[in-house]
Design a protein around this ligand. Structure first.
Ligand SMILES: NC(=O)c1ccc[n+]([C@@H]2O[C@H](COP(=O)([O-])OP(=O)(O)OC[C@H]3O[C@@H](n4cnc5c(N)ncnc54)[C@H](OP(=O)(O)O)[C@@H]3O)[C@@H](O)[C@H]2O)c1
Length: 293
């Protein structure tokens, strides 16, 4: 079983390579090997690949910079996945793609299900929604929407907060934004474990389509950060709650975007772990290895 993966050094891309186990090989392409702004490079990589499944773990993930470079955000997050889907259709390869809670406007009183209307507030969310739609034109495609991804790999919210909490006396954290953290290592393990099933599944199989993947429960950015930094004996900072409005970031964020994972449980029998224990474990690993930042 061989997976061709777009993205090599990103957070999820690294976690998937680490999760690869006997019988599942991951061939990961860096940006230098295949720049997603180049459709011919994408087509060429898929045409030439000796693989059973294609996984797109690459994206333009910089939410604020996307506001000032929408062309690049759309090229990487929308056009490129569409090209992947066409190339996968031509070879009858399944395509697995990752998307985001940022496709929602966050004006909800419950966790979002897959059938809820997507109304992105920013360029990043609009580009990712366009990418989802292009990918789902392929009958053997899977889109997993994830949110607030953390792990021991790459630069992520947990590692970033741990670093800031060591550097600063006071750390202001947004307390009026709510969502579901996603354990990137659990996501990677799920992708690797499920890859053989997708590779064998025909069009129309219930394992294809749109799914939400996140930990169980809902929290605020503030409690997410607090849970992580409370694990570090070298934390200096005291946390102070603040608001999204006070940060005045270029890209508006959904105020509340928890993801309901009932469909994931129903189709795959996957029961997500509560977010708190997963965050504590990742923070403990980051503190133990010193990979903070
Ligand atoms: N992190 C989150 O909180 C979060 C939340 C919701 C959804 N997601 C989604 O989850 C997926 C994985 O995110 P992540 O956290 O692993 O992101 P990440 O750490 O920022 O990694 C993004 C990857 O995309 C690659 N990339 C960017 N532009 C490229 C280009 N033009 N050509 C080729 N590769 C390019 C990067 O390569 P370089 O290393 O060379 O720059 C990097 O490997 C994405 O689809 C993202 O939208 C993430």
């Amino acid at each position: 079983m061989r997976i061709l993966q777009f993205g090599r050094s990103g957070q999820v891309a690294t976690a998937v390579q680490a999760a690869a186990r006997e019988g599942v090989e991951v061939v990961a392409l860096s940006r230098a090997e295949c720049d997603l702004r180049n459709p011919d490079a994408i087509r060429g990589a898929i045409q030439a690949a000796n693989c059973d499944l294609v996984l797109n773990a690459a994206a333009f993930t910089h939410v604020d910079p996307a506001e000032s470079c929408p062309d690049e955000a759309f090229a990487v997050n929308a056009t490129a996945p569409g090209v992947m889907a066409e190339a996968c259709v031509a070879r009858d390869l399944p395509l697995v793609h990752l998307s985001t809670d940022a496709v929602f406007d966050g004006l909800t009183d419950r966790a979002y299900v897959e059938t809820d209307e997507a109304k992105p507030l920013n360029v990043y969310g609009r580009s990712k929604l366009a990418g989802e739609r292009a990918v789902l034109a392929h009958p053997r495609a899977v889109v997993l929407r994830v949110s607030w991804v953390f792990s021991r790999y790459g630069r992520n919210y947990v590692s970033f907060m741990l670093r800031l909490a060591r550097e600063r006396e006071v750390l202001k954290v947004v307390a009026d934004q709510f969502g579901t953290p996603t354990d990137g290592e659990a996501l990677a393990a799920f992708l690797v474990a499920t890859a053989p099933r997708w590779a064998a599944a025909p069009s129309g199989d219930p394992t294809f389509g749109l799914f939400h993947f996140a930990n169980a429960g809902e929290t605020s950015r503030f409690d997410f950060a607090k849970t992580a930094i409370d694990r570090d004996p070298l934390t200096r900072a005291s946390l102070e709650p603040t608001t999204q409005a006070a940060f005045a970031e270029p890209a508006p964020r959904p105020p509340r975007s928890p993801l309901d994972t009932a469909k994931l449980r129903e189709v795959f029998g996957f029961a997500p772990e509560p977010w708190r224990s997963a965050v504590e474990r990742a923070a403990d690993r980051l503190v133990a290895t010193g990979a903070i930042g």
